[in-house]
Every structure is written in C-alpha cells, then in structure tokens.
Design a protein around this ligand. Structure first.
Ligand code: NAP
Length: 253
C-alpha cells in the first residue's frame, strides 16, 4: 500500500490467530512489523513469513499487562526496528463464566490484558506518533461489547476499548494520529475453538450454529479482520477516526 513503506508497526498477541494474520498483512503492506506476544519464540514463524516475503520484522516477548515489560519492549522496538507509529492492540484472553460463578481473578485477568494492556501499549507508543505527527492505533473490540451471556468481564473490557478508542481519537487527532476499533464477530481461531471445547461442543457444530445467525452465511477468518485493520492503518484512512468497524458478516452496533 502506498505511503506505509518504512513505517514501523507493533502488533500485540501476534504469534497466532488474528494478530498473526494482521502482522503478516501489515508486512505485505510495507510496514516493518514488531511481532509481540507472551512467548518470544512463538513469534518466530510470523517473523520468518514476513522476512521471507522481503519485509522486516522483529519478535518481542512481552506481557502487555506488565508496565515495565511494555516500556522495555517498546524501547527495544524503537532501537532495533525504528520508532513505532502504528499500533494494533490485539492481545486478548477469555475467562468466561456466568456472573454468579465469576471469580475476581477471572474478572481482573480479562481487564488486565484487554484494557490495562491496551492503555500501557498506547501510552508507550504515542510519543513516537506525536513526534512524527503521524500515527495509527487500532484496538480489537468484539461484537461481545454489545452483551454476551457468560462474558460479563470480556463484554465490559471490549465495550471499554470502544470508549478508550474514541477518547484517543479526540486527544491525539491534532497530532495526525487516528484511533479506531475493529469489532469482529465469530472468527475461526484457537480462541473460538477453545470456547467450543469449554462448552463441550464440537467446533464444527459451534461454527454451524454461528453461521445461522450471520447474514453472509459463513464464519469469519483472521484475514477478514486483517483486511479491515490494513485499511484503518493505511495512509489514505487519515480522516477515519474514533470509529468502531464491526467485521461480523452483517450489521451490528
Ligand atoms: P487467540 O488465538 O487466543 O490469540 C491471542 C494471542 O494473544 C495469543 O497469541 C496469546 O498468547 C496472546 N496474549 C494473551 N495474553 C497476552 C498478554 N498478556 N500479553 C501479550 N500477548 C498475550 O485469539 P484471537 O481469536 O486471535 O483474538 C485476537 C483478538 O481479537 C483478541 O483481542 C480477541 O478478544 C479479539 N476477538 C476475537 C474474536 C474471535 O472470534 N476469535 C472475536 C472478536 C474479538 P498465548 O498464546 O501465549 O496465550
């Protein structure tokens, strides 16, 4: 994509699933990509795909909920790849339970990764964006932000990310920085496979049930989400900010 060559992007939770697809896509788009995940070694295949395609990439192990680790990871990206001006807050976990059974740990760990993690990463990276007078922040929300049984923690975090996004759009707009959220529906990843396992349902049966509720008649893929992120971080999307783009095969929100 024009204009993004030489820009440095950071994608969290990028060793697998949606994050890996986003990292690969941004590599193809011409970004140098910092592939961040809990386990640095697990990022190697994504880094290899990008570099074998002629791009630049760096694997960095980090827990996005750890303030010191985030600071160190972003400093390493700036030193080894260059100053990051694009950030995709994708790292996420599920700790589903009905409210009456939900533990404080299940609540806190979901808030920590999604909300605290996106806050810490955005705060650490924004200074490179404001210095460059250009930046793109995309955070992964979810259709669950609209409410979903068994996900009081996750729904609250994903709705919180929408408010976070709109506020960043207001605060950072004058520096040429946009902030948007992508809110996927049912995407086939380890996360949805784990949901099926937890429910004691076959993944294929869960997908079939989901498809009956999706107007385009199929479940989503990580590449569907990566394509939306690719648009939002592009040079040409500079007038799109503070938006929530549902990638769910039908109308939501
Ligand atoms: P996934 O396959 O479970 O991948 C999530 C990645 O995030 C994993 O590599 C995981 O590392 C990493 N991660 C977890 N906690 C982390 C932390 N504290 N610091 C750094 N990395 C961490 O999930 P996905 O399905 O690709 O989902 C990606 C994002 O999209 C999430 O924010 C999710 O909530 C959102 N989303 C997904 C769907 C869907 O249908 N799949 C729908 C809507 C929204 P480990 O492998 O080491 O645990």
């Amino acid at each position: 994509m024009s204009g993004t060559n030489g820009r440095i992007a950071v994608v969290t939770g990028a060793a697998r699933g949606i994050g890996a697809a986003v990292a690969r896509r941004l590599g193809t788009d011409g970004f140098a990509v910092a592939v961040l995940d809990l386990d640095e070694d697990a990022c190697a295949p994504v880094v290899r795909d990008i570099t074998e395609g002629g791009g630049r990439a760096l694997a960095v192990g980090v827990d996005v909920a750890d303030e010191k680790a985030v600071k160190d990871a972003v400093a390493r990206v700036a030193e080894e790849l260059g100053p990051p001006t694009t950030l995709v807050n994708n790292a996420g976990i599920l700790r589903d339970n009905l409210l009456f059974k939900m533990s404080v740990d299940e609540w806190d760990s979901v808030m920590d990764v999604h909300l605290r993690g996106s806050f810490l990463m955005s705060r650490a990276v924004q200074r490179f964006m404001t210095e460059a007078k250009w930046g793109r922040i995309v955070s992964l929300s979810s259709t669950s932000a609209l409410g979903n049984r068994g996900q009081a923690n996750y729904a609250a975090a994903k709705a919180g990310l929408q408010g976070f996004t709109k506020t960043l759009a207001i605060e950072l707009g004058k520096f040429g920085v946009t902030a948007n959220a992508v809110a996927p529906g049912f995407i086939e990843t380890d996360m949805t496979a784990a949901t099926a396992a937890r429910m004691g349902v076959d993944f294929e049966d869960l997908k079939k049930a989901a498809v009956t509720q999706i107007p385009v008649g199929r479940t989503g893929t990580p590449d569907d989400v990566a394509h939306a992120v690719s648009f939002l971080v592009s040079e040409e999307a500079g007038f799109v900010s503070g938006q929530v783009l549902y990638v769910a095969g039908g109308p939501r929100g």
